[in-house]
Design a protein around this ligand. Structure first.
Ligand code: HEM
Length: 437
């Protein structure tokens, strides 16, 4: 049994570098070892990073009972998401939950969420200070958190959020610290340490979520939010989701959908502000009612600044990947970053060139910001729909300028984000549109 040639650095150095500068490590390893390389993680597990589109296709179209996504995710995420999360489940249980959630995320459902997304964005822009630096990343997080609270949890008005919003922000801020990844990697549950503030927060949040679920069960008034659809969903045996399942999926959707979308939005604006001709073209097209370039900007942002550098599949049994026979337990990691930065697929891969997407459909094995196969991001349509609404509103209603030079990529929780929250100044901002306008 042979593993692909790869760096065999001492595990602590390897994991440390991976956590602190993942993109640099990926680039250097590809330059040295090619499209497939491996390294040894804690507990002797091998990670095989894959940047070759043909092998990525093999993995994404392979047997999901052999290529497990939940088992790998669970190592880090189960303490916070629980045992019934779409992200941590595999096999039949994953399929069941995915079927229950899918209807709420179908493309045609998106129009239902459009008004909320627009209102939240408009009022957020209306609160931006003029001529004073503020954090783009923070503003985008405020928008995407409110969007999830309204469209997923069904909390329409701020007074309904109660303590929940404050507690969630506090939990997400703590979870954003990359050092929190270490206990998970060592097999220690970071929430098991009773004195951690996180443990208390998690309990407080769970209590509030169970109260929301109980209230919605008592008065099943319908509603158009994701929770309403989850409450109404039935599996093949006519069974509804339990309270624990609902809790775990609500936290999953929040964790998977809030910061990911916010950080991608911050990168999109960062790239546009650093490329004035692209920004001007986008503004002109939107003013003329054309949206194709907006889609190109979103696709190019997700390619050039992917917020998640790779996805994971853990082998349930020995597996042949190309020329290598890999042992059970190996973690395969198709790399979103490496696949999207191939010069043969994307000339000048480090440059932000939205035009490259005009009239072009993304290839699912080089453009994979949402992963692939049966585990592809369930929020893919939701995220792109929200990005369209928020970007169009910001570009049409505000004039921003960057405070610093090019932004360094830093790790924030599960995402790769622009350093220092990407500070900007609003030079101009149009008044909020009224309902009649
Ligand atoms: C730009 C924003 C987003 C990006 C880049 C993103 C990216 C990803 C990626 C890479 C995966 C793993 C896919 C795989 O293993 O093949 C994933 C899974 C997932 N995402 Fe997203 N995501 C985004 C937004 C959202 C939103 C808005 C939601 C929901 C509101 C969401 C919910 C999920 C869920 C539940 C999964 C697990 C799917 C499964 O295992 O079946 N994501 N996402």
């Amino acid at each position: 049994m042979s593993l692909p040639p790869g760096p065999r650095l001492p595990p602590v150095v390897q994991i440390g570098r991976w956590i602190l500068s993942p993109l640099k490590m990926l680039e250097e390893c590809r330059a040295r070892y090619g499209d497939v390389f491996s390294f040894k993680g804690f507990q002797g597990r091998h990670f095989v990073i894959v940047g070759d589109p043909a092998l990525i296709k093999q993995i994404f179209t392979g047997d999901p009972d052999t290529l497990l996504a939940g088992a790998g995710n669970a190592v880090l995420l189960e303490p916070i998401l629980g045992k019934h999360s779409l992200l941590t489940l595999d096999r039949g249980e994953h399929l069941r939950q995915r079927r229950l959630l899918l209807p709420a995320f179908h493309g045609e459902r998106m129009q239902t969420y459009a008004t909320s997304m627009r209102d939240i964005t408009e009022s957020s822009i209306g609160r931006w200070p003029l001529h004073r630096p503020f954090s783009l990343a923070q503003s985008m997080q405020d928008i995407t958190l409110d969007v999830i609270l309204r469209t997923v949890f069904g909390l329409e008005r701020p007074e309904q959020h109660g303590k929940l919003r404050t507690d969630l922000v506090a939990m997400l801020d703590i979870a954003a610290n990359p050092l929190l990844l270490f206990p998970g990697m060592l097999g220690i549950d970071p929430f098991a340490i009773p004195w951690l503030r996180l443990t208390k927060l998690k309990r407080a949040i769970d209590d509030q979520l169970f109260a929301i679920i109980a209230e919605r069960r008592r008065s099943p008034a319908g509603g158009t939010d994701v929770l309403a659809m989850m409450l109404a969903a039935r599996d093949d045996h006519g069974e509804a989701m339990t309270d624990i399942e609902l809790r775990d999926e609500l936290v999953t959707l929040l964790l998977a959908g809030h910061e990911t979308t916010a950080t991608s939005l911050a990168w999109a604006l960062d790239q546009l502000l650093a490329n004035p001709p692209a920004l001007e073209r986008l503004r002109a097209d939107l003013d003329a009612g054309r949206e194709e370039y907006l889609d190109c900007v979103i696709r190019e942002t997700l390619r050039v600044r992917p917020i998640i550098p790779l996805v994971g599949r853990q082998l349930a049994r020995p597996y042949q990947l190309g020329e290598w026979l890999l042992p059970a337990g190996t973690q395969l990691a198709p790399s979103i970053y490496l696949a999207g930065h191939r010069a043969d697929a994307y000339p000048a891969p480090d440059e932000f060139r939205p035009e490259r997407w005009l009239g072009v459909k993304p290839d699912p094995y080089t453009w994979l910001p949402f992963g692939g196969g049966v585990r592809r991001c369930i929020g893919m349509a939701f995220a792109q729909f929200e990005m369209r609404i928020v970007l169009a509103a910001v570009v049409q209603r505000a004039r921003l300028s960057l405070v610093d030079g090019p932004a360094k990529v830093v790790r924030r929780g599960i995402t790769l984000a622009p350093a220092k929250g990407r500070m900007v100044v609003a030079i101009e901002r149009a008044a909020q549109r009224t309902a009649a306008a």
